[in-house]
Design a binder for this molecule. Sequence first.
Ligand code: ADP
Ligand code: MG
Length: 673
Amino acid sequence: MDVRYLKGVGEKRAAQLAKLGILTVEDLLQYYPRDYVDYSRPCPVAEAPYDEKCAVRATVYGKTGGVRVRGGKTVFKVTAGDDSGSLALTYFNAPYAVEKLVPGDEYVFYGKLGGTMMQREMVNPTALPAAAAEAEPFAAVYPQTEGVNSAYLAKCVKSALEKGVTLPEYLPDDMRREFRLAGKMDAVRMIHFPKSAEDVRQARRRLIFEELLALQLGMLLLRGRGSPRTSVRVKPPDLAPFYKNLPFAPTGAQTRAIGEILADMESGAPMNRLLQGDVGSGKTLVAAAAMLAAVQSGYQAVLMAPTEILAAQHAKTVASLLEPLGVTAALLTGSVKGAAKKRLLQAIASGEAQAVVGTHAVLSEGVEFARLGLAVTDEQHRFGVRQRTQLAQKADHPHLLVMSATPIPRTLGLLMFGDLDVSVLDELPPGRTPVRTYAVTGKKRADMYGFLRRELGAGRQAYIVCPAIEDGETDLLAVNSYYSDVAVPLLAGFRVGLMHGRLKPKEKADVMGAFARHELDALVSTTVIEVGVDVPNASVIVIENAERYGLSALHQLRGRVGRGGGTAHCVLVSDHATEAVRKRLSFLCHTTDGFEIAKYDLETRGPGDFFGSRQHGLPTLRIASLANDTRVLKAAQEKALEAVRGDPALEAPEHAPLRALAESLFERGVAMN
Ligand code: ADP
Ligand code: MG
């Protein structure tokens, strides 16, 4: 039902509500408060605490009319009090609020108490008649936009409820009993108009559970998991020539991971494995070994990377590791065009291209594999869920290996990837020294450039990372002007390159290639270099506006250096270092363990950083938080897995409500993305 059916909602209001994502009355009922004004336990005047928000019950004694003061404001004074003391109320520019106060009547005022022991004071408090505060002791505070305030939203919700609008109850009775969850409409009423803090708790618990269940069910449906399946069976490969061709000995962790992967691929059931390893732990080599195993059994393998730069780099690595063994490798990105593309697609379709490396271009229509047996994705968390599903559909249940440098907590991993097995590379190749990390303010920029000149003079290379592309975003150093006004003059005599996301893929590849060949000494870049790029001679990375990033992202960036010999350095520059920022950056200066860093991020910033805001393909959540509601998430996960176990597509009649629930969340997610 359109919101315009509600009393008091016309075209203008409807447009404002639409900005909040509220188009229908059902949307409105599910636009949940973010907080409440608590009128439930008002204090007597004398007991009200100073300097914090509180509710005070008092009788209005009298009021003065508006007095204009400097600055064009109009001031109203109201006196109030109780047996314990008197309370002075000052209202600026709020004639309507004052008009409603009737001398002799009792109210609950909510606001911050100031003034002195002799004269307590509140400025622009909200007020409710005492009787109303008793009937509805909590007033919802909604996330708002201009023109729509909480009182208005509450009024709309109330009129929707009075009209008898209901939302479907998706949770089966037995599930509600098991977790003692309130009914849907009870929860909706309680969340908007709670009578007590307990009501809020009950309502939130129910709604969070429902939302996380929907999310988990939706993910399981998307992935089509739960069905028993068979996959191509790979013969035990002969990896001796592969190891012989390596310029170094594999680490113990690499050998172990390769063993785990081969066991999966030889089992006959589809592999679904996450290879987790800190930056620089050597995941590419493990992927190449797995690809070789597939090829030796007559299958093709594909390795997908999130950027063209990374794909090109992986293609080079894979070619150098596998071509000497007679494997035909190929690179497919968006910039392969025309006749070259046609030839490549043919080679992929005929099976001649055995190890294909590419960007999401490998998912596009027209890319047909002859016999795809293994799909590897790198920096997995950056791919959307749908892209991954598309990849799996390029063949009949290929083995899946996903690689990530970002340690993902178990519950979130389950949510994103389903039931994954995990291999961990917990050992860095020998000879790595931790990257020395410093946090400095912009005042130190000149010194820092002195240091850069010395490193470059000694034959090393440097990355300089800035976040924005063009001027405009206030106070961000735009990469273009930074390049010409700061980097080039301060690095006079050195070859400085510039790279950002607006360059064409070919241009990016050229710049990156020049840097890799040491035809450039320094590279000013946006975070397009963030993932995976490997230039061992680079020994310094400077990150401007470091406060903008999550620690995991900074840790990734830092991983670009320290890959060759010698000491590597990472300088985190921040001109707006608040105490909180300083604390975060200093944590990074003293920690090299990616797991610890990810944990810190999750605790302080939430899970967004794991998945890179919208790219993760998760629908937006209305009430649940993936960071805070992990216990509920676990319970919901168990129920979701239970439901799909015997009925992977949720087709049984008794699962119809759960299916509808999952679809409701994902429809909305798609619409809003
Ligand atoms: P990541 O896990 O971050 O993707 P890479 O696969 O890019 O790591 O490897 C990082 C660097 O370490 C590369 O230059 C690679 O050649 C090198 N490397 C990988 N394995 C070893 C090893 N066992 N010994 C020495 N160097 C290695
Ligand atoms: Mg990598």
